[in-house]
Design a protein around this ligand. Structure first.
Ligand code: ATP
Ligand code: MG
Length: 402
């Protein structure tokens, strides 16, 4: 079927989309080349269809997320792609959507930033099996990726993301709240997350940080805007791409993200877990997105003993070892570690569902890492040159499969 790829009410391109697989089969015409999704190459007016399909597939629910096959069956949908078509590909992270040929639908009447959305898809994704006879499939849940169980809720006229944790410890919601608190104290721009309990299970809750007139563009997409030479490190390639686009103040923001991830032993800062924010109308780059999705941290999948030993911690997105990644930090001058005084008590107070021995291990290993930051801060910046040594070779997100 024919659709127009839209950005708000601007027609960006005309496409043919196969209804069952959701694949873009043809790009008939690109009307607004500069408004095509970031990182989709256009040569002599012809857009790269494979790249556009990759972008399109990234705004679908991963089939491997817990409970997704069951939810699709409850909703009588053959696959995540078909589900996303029912939401016209609309999300709450940007202003792209698809308008069926001949339709007069407008952004104003359909977007999820301004209107409450159906809870049916969210209910199915959360495993609530009681389906109404007439389900409404227009929901941003259908276009939100990520492996953790989640749903968007409409609270005080804004979308909020409710996100669970993975078994056996369900630690991500706690770690997400701790990351938020650490960033509050260190004055790092971030999305505020709170820990909430629903039916005895922990979840994190955060407000949509994107608005109708802004869009989140992942680091992965930013890194598709230029060819990466093998002699250039992953870090430097990202910085070069940001510079070429004209995005401001990226290095200080990366410094803060790397330090945060070190303190929390974050193991899943892949290239879709940070990015830039752009103004949808002017297409100007506003800057580094506030830090989000920091919950796969503090030894979320490890035993207390493993947490204490501090071994086996995965590092992303630049270097394979956190110590090497820390050496990319350009300046520690902004850090006031005194601000973390009293953090232990705060963590014990909110993390009541974390076992005592586990909490002790988390605090013990976190302090060891804070001490290391203190040492580095005293010594000054940048130990190691920006070489490709120890670089992450592939961008892979944790899928929490056991
Ligand atoms: N507060 C927010 N505002 C706008 N968009 C958001 C927000 N939080 C998350 N998103 C979008 O939703 C996607 C999925 O959310 P998130 O990364 O938190 O899920 P996840 O399951 O933890 O992901 P992962 O697979 O990386 O573990 C993000 O990649 C981002 O595009
Ligand atoms: Mg994520």
């Amino acid at each position: 079927m024919k659709y127009s790829l839209m950005q708000q009410d601007i027609v960006v391109a005309d496409l043919e989309i196969e209804e069952i697989t959701g694949r873009i089969q043809k790009i008939y015409q690109v009307w607004e080349a500069e408004r095509m999704p970031v990182g989709v190459p256009i040569r002599r007016g012809i857009a790269d269809r494979t790249a556009l399909n990759e972008w399109w597939a990234d705004r679908m629910i991963p089939l491997y997320r817990e409970g997704v096959p069951e939810a699709l069956s409850d909703l009588q949908m053959p696959n995540p792609a078909a589900l996303s078509l029912h939401s016209l590909g609309m999300s709450v992270s940007d202003a792209y959507w698809i308008r069926p040929e001949g339709s007069h639908l407008t952004w104003e009447e359909k977007n999820f930033f301004a209107h409450a959305f159906s809870e049916d898809v969210g209910n199915a994704l959360m495993g609530q099996r009681e389906m109404k006879s007439a389900v409404d499939l227009h929901s941003p849940d259908s276009t939100t990726d990520g492996y953790l169980k989640k749903r968007w809720e409409w609270i005080d006229k804004r979308p909020y993301l409710l996100k669970g944790g993975s078994p056996p410890y369900f630690q991500q919601p706690f770690a997400e709240a701790v990351a938020s608190e650490v960033m509050d104290r260190l004055e790092i721009r971030h999305v505020p997350y709170t820990l909430v309990m629903r039916d005895g299970r922990p979840y994190s809750l955060c407000e949509d940080f994107v608005t109708q007139d802004t869009e989140l563009v992942s680091a992965w997409r930013i890194m598709q805007t230029r060819k990466k030479a093998s002699s250039i490190s992953v870090y430097q390639h990202f910085v070069n791409c940001c510079e070429a686009l004209g995005a401001p103040d990226v290095i200080p923001a990366l410094d803060r993200m790397i330090v945060l991830d070190y303190i929390l032993a974050n193991e899943d800062r892949h290239l879709s877990n940070f990015g830039l924010v752009r103004d949808v109308r002017s297409l100007s780059w506003i800057g580094f997105a506030p830090i989000y999705d920091s919950g796969s941290a503090l030894g979320y999948d490890k035993t207390a003993q493993q947490i204490r030993s501090g071994t086996g911690i995965v590092c992303k997105p630049f270097k394979k070892r956190h110590e090497d990644q820390l050496s990319l930090v350009s300046s520690f001058d902004w850090i006031d570690l005194e601000a973390l005084c009293g953090l232990d008590a705060w963590m014990r107070r909110i993390g009541t569902y974390i076992e005592e021995d586990r909490m002790e291990a988390i605090l013990f290993s976190m302090h060891r890492r804070i001490d290391r930051i203190q040492e580095m801060a005293e010594r000054g910046s940048r130990g190691v040159a920006l070489s490709t040594e120890g670089d992450v070779e592939k961008n892979v997100a944790e899928d929490y499969k056991r």
